[in-house]
Design a binder for this molecule. Sequence first.
Ligand code: PEP
Ligand code: MN
Length: 621
Amino acid sequence: MILVLKKDANDADKSRIRSELFAKGCVVREMNGTGQTVIAAIGRGDLDIAELAALPGVAEVVPITSKFKLVGRQWHPQDSEVTVGPITIGGQRIALIAGPCAIESMDQALTTAREVKRYGGVLFRGGAFKPRTSPYSFQGMEEEGLKILAQVRAETGMPVVTEITSVSQADLMLRYVDMVQVGARNMQNFELLKCVGRMGKPVLLKRGLASTIEEWLMSAEYILAEGNDQVVLCERGIRTFEPYTRNTLDLSAIPVLKNLTHLPVVVDPSHATGIREKVAPMARAAIAAGADGLMVEVHHDPDKALSDGPQSLYPEQFGQLARDIYVIAPVVGKQLDFDYLEKSSRYQQQPRGEQVMAAYLGEPGSFSHIACTQYLGGEVATAPQSSFRAIFDAVQNAEARYGIIPLENSLTGSIHENYDLLLAYDLKIVGELYLRIIHHLMAAPGTGLEDVRRVWSAEPGIQQCRQFLDRYPQWELATVPATSSAVRRLRDGQKGDAAIGSREAAVLNDMHIIAEGIETDPRNFTRFVIVGKTPLADRPKTKSSIVFSTANQPGALFEVMHIFADHHINLVKLESRPIHGKPWQYMFYADIQADVQAPELGAMRATILERTEYFKVLGTY
Ligand code: PEP
Ligand code: MN
């Protein structure tokens, strides 16, 4: 049963309900979603609905009809997130889990781990108890291997995951690792499932060699029923008649699972294919199909690996795969963040009670808000602002540590106001992010396309949907600063009002999408930059944004461009903006692919200073 609580139900009501259900022999779980608390009572199908509905604080009682009581979406419609140390699996950022099949030595593990981290891995894997087909094959280093994993975490900051093959290993796992893996061969070892359910550590549950999705979800149900909801599902290929690959990767399991369960889903293309060259294509496909992450076998010297060498990637191959995923992820609304581990570790080092705050335009559901959580992670608190200037002020006055601002859209070009603000304020660009912008037309339930009279959105939203809007010349168009505010207006708008905005804004405001994907060009990306006073991560910088002005004389701009050409530095953007108070004179904003602050470019900076009247570095990142 699901007990939906009244909005005004208090703690006393909740604990009475919980103990009542517990006394009846139910497994009781509570979830606090968007402004609503629900309590699930599982294990007894014969409860008296009327009796439960009469309990103080209960608004409604709904039977859970699905067999997936706890893992299903019926009582938990939102996606869940699983936290492993500083890493979240299932959020808006792709989690790359990588490492060797087995831990073989301290040197092998540490060398591979450093490479994995360097290329974007956030969680290190390595087996210490190996379930091998032959008893004569390498069985793993057992406790010694776990100690090495703990050492890897200490040295790299990466949390570690390893396979548990027996209930008797539980204490060791609790002592040494951050996440336990239940392997394919143990997916239906129910005593082991109950054991990891009670251990309370996050669990990576692999799909059995020949298990259906239903059997797999029922195994996850065992873990949740013990009180552990930190479960990630891992598709790793199933046995079919096809011998060219070790297994057959069931990519269709990803959308099927996404529909059935709220649990995050990752894909292991290594055991699925068993062949190194096949790993990257399947990994790319998995992300395109909606996986929340990957688990990839990587070995610093796979030719000498004691197990699964032929399917293990060389570190550089893993690096190339990560770069591909970085490009693919935004298309499906996610990000691969190369600084993920560093950022999250820094947040965790915040003094108690202090939280990193980021200022953005609009309100939850705005594209700026989405960019903010994708770039900074869900752990960062967000401060909504009503103008771009307010964002700069908030960061300048230290009310927020970072601000997120859109600079340029692939369809509609630069957002000039932000270029001017970057010049006026002394804040640095510390990072950038490309967000795919998908616009939907939405309205209150019951409003159809034919009822629309007026459409609210932000100016860029209107421009980016021009082609669609031109089909309805009778519609009145009204603008507000952010698309999210346009959507919220619908809540107390008039009949006939609609808005253009993100799917997230529609969900948050209980609006219905009446026309999907209405942006003129699906390749609609906005480049956001993050402004702040301190850098977010220490990695080498590859890009700089600068602004300069030159004397008003022939060849002056050409001379500055020449400096970059002489240094073989690629210019990726050049834009001019009028100088306020000096009609017909311009500031040039340029993005270059180099760290203009690097010591070895000191001579180049000196030359730029000589040939410009004004020069400022807006940021290196
Ligand atoms: C592993 O990940 O090391 C492993 C043995 O995988 P699976 O259980 O999927 O075969
Ligand atoms: Mn393996």
